[in-house]
Design a protein around this ligand. Structure first.
Ligand SMILES: NC(=O)C1=CN([C@@H]2O[C@H](COP(=O)(O)OP(=O)(O)OC[C@H]3O[C@@H](n4cnc5c(N)ncnc54)[C@H](OP(=O)(O)O)[C@@H]3O)[C@@H](O)[C@H]2O)C=CC1
Ligand SMILES: O=C1O[C@H](COP(=O)(O)O)[C@@H](O)[C@H](O)[C@H]1O
Length: 485
């Protein structure tokens, strides 16, 4: 018998993401036989009460996906249990150890990261950090390199690196994994995947939601630490890394670390030129009037809700190819995409008329709202015009759009893949300690440059794509952000 313990099993992450993911895995027959799932939090509640809450959380999502059935729910329900514990106390964890029994235990810490160090210390004392056990840590681990190391040292006292699974849920997204397939499962892209053919790369993670009630957490982190340090740098690594020799966890992660090591440090002199900080003020999103960040927080704040950065990777493959990243809350669209902008043809044979229509090839790896990978190529406009007319055509390269025949498979929650991998002990899609350290080191450089230069967030109206300075960041280099759907 093995067990999955969800510390914080009644919290937002557990109810919105983890338990629905476990239901879908159960529905598809993918959960290991005999796996017990134990919610553990301080609230005193019975197993029945907890199971009732889980059902409410799961049923709506499953029905929306047409995947609800009583038999799957009954199987999941039979696995579920709950125990009221203070996870920071070894004494309190002893009954949990008894419930887990002698089998291997995977503990998912869906609690505030400020508790991680105390919880893993208590787990170790309570016998929940044995050689076969694993621990899954949610981001953000720390708010800078020093605090990351402090927490991670406590984790390392209890667990070896092979037992630690640092989640970045972006790595569980289907299209992110498809990017790996696209790059390394095809021969046609690799010869072009470098500074000879690629002009620049853009990574956009736009959200329409505001910070709202999350401000106590968010105000301490801001967009740089909440999104860029983890999700966006992970995407950058997957685009920029060298081909790993295989898909072993360390082969992939070794390549990602090399990219992070090659990121050019942002100096105090560069900060204004290569970075933009923004904070939303009131505006209109999706037709609804929304408050500004300061109003939500109830006080003035210097926390950025938008960041745009030009990153340079100092190695042979990427010399001279800027990677532009931007992310923000209260933007006009929920849109996550990676744009690979190829260089224009070196010489046009089609004459001036056609030249106006000629566009360089562009690959768009779209993660949200749809999942798709597309490539824009030039085509002849049909017709008998004397001079050949060109037009860009967007070709879908993935199952998401334009597939023939079968409907695309259900869009999975990113945590489904990651929970399954953690249970199976496969850490390929998890972040290794040295990766997280290098990412923090780079991000610390940016925040230090902001502090040294007194760089404050510039206001942007909710419902716009951030401060004008974000467009200027691109325009200064003769480029602009992608607006192509
Ligand atoms: N929510 C989200 O969408 C995302 C969350 N995360 C991360 O996930 C983690 C959890 O976030 P979220 O679910 O939003 O937080 P919540 O505040 O909603 O939930 C936290 C949970 O922790 C429990 N808890 C608090 N203290 C203890 C303790 N000493 N012992 C045992 N349980 C405890 C709480 O229950 P009780 O009070 O009963 O103890 C509650 O169930 C954080 O690390 C967050 O950064 C990351 C990405 C997205
Ligand atoms: O980790 C986080 O991610 C979400 C965005 O996730 P997505 O899968 O919806 O793109 C973000 O809203 C949140 O602030 C951050 O903590």
């Amino acid at each position: 018998m093995t067990a999955l313990v969800l510390f914080g099993g009644g919290g937002d992450l557990a109810m919105r993401m983890l338990l629905p993911s476990l239901y879908f895995l159960e529905h598809d027959g993918l959960l290991p036989e005999g796996l017990k799932i134990i919610g553990a939090a301080r609230s005193e509640e019975s197993r029945e009460e907890y199971v009732g809450k889980v059902r409410t959380a799961v049923e709506g999502k499953a029905k929306a996906d047409d995947a609800w059935d009583d038999a799957s729910w009954s199987r999941l329900e039979a696995r579920l249990d709950y125990l009221a514990v203070d996870a920071t106390s070894a004494e309190s964890l002893k009954p949990l150890k008894d419930k887990v029994g002698p089998g291997a235990c995977t503990s998912f810490l869906a609690v505030s990261p400020s508790l991680y160090a105390r919880i893993v210390t208590a787990m170790r004392a309570a016998g929940l950090a044995e050689a076969d056990d694993k621990v899954v840590l949610e981001k953000p681990v720390g708010r800078d390199l020093d605090s990351f190391r402090e927490i991670d040292d406590a984790v390392a006292d209890a667990f070896s690196e092979q037992q630690v699974f640092r989640i970045d849920h972006y790595l569980g997204k289907e299209t992110v994994q498809n990017l790996i397939a696209l790059r390394f499962g095809n021969v046609i892209f690799e010869p072009l995947w470098n500074n000879l053919s690629i002009d620049h790369v853009q990574i956009t993670v736009g959200e329409t939601v505001g910070v709202g009630d999350r401000w106590p957490y968010y105000d301490e982190y801001g967009a740089l630490r909440d999104m860029l340090q983890n999700h966006m740098l992970q995407l950058l690594c997957l685009v920029a890394m060298e081909p790993p020799s295989d898909l072993d966890p360390d082969s992939v992660r070794n390549e990602k670390v090399k990219v992070l090591r090659s990121l050019r440090h942002v100096t105090d002199e560069d900060a204004e030129r290569v970075t933009v900080r923004g904070q939303y003020v009131s505006g209109t999103v999706d037709g609804t009037r929304v408050k500004g960040y300061d109003e939500e927080r109830g006080a003035d704040s210097d926390t950025e809700t938008f960041v745009a950065i030009r990153a340079d990777i100092d190695n042979w493959r990427w010399a001279g190819v800027p990677f532009f990243m931007r992310t923000g809350k209260r933007l006009p669209e929920k849109r996550t995409e990676i744009v690979i902008q190829f260089k224009p043809v070196p010489h046009s044979i089609f004459g001036q008329d056609a030249r106006d229509d000629e566009a360089a090839n562009r690959m768009i790896i779209e993660l949200q709202p749809e999942e798709d990978i597309s490539l824009t190529v030039m085509n002849k406009k049909p017709g008998l015009d004397q001079r050949m007319q060109l037009q860009p055509i967007k070709m879908s390269l993935s199952w998401g759009v334009g597939g023939k025949g079968d409907a695309p498979p259900r869009r999975r929650i990113a945590y489904e893949r990651l929970l399954l991998d953690a249970l199976n002990g496969d850490s390929t899609l998890f972040v290794r300690r040295d990766e997280a350290e290098k990412a923090w080191e780079w991000v610390d450089g940016v925040s230090q440059a902001w502090a040294d230069g007194n760089v404050k967030p510039q206001p942007y109206r909710a419902g716009t794509w951030g401060p004008d300075a974000s467009d200027m960041l691109m325009a200064r280099t003769g480029r602009d952000w992608n607006t192509q759907e």
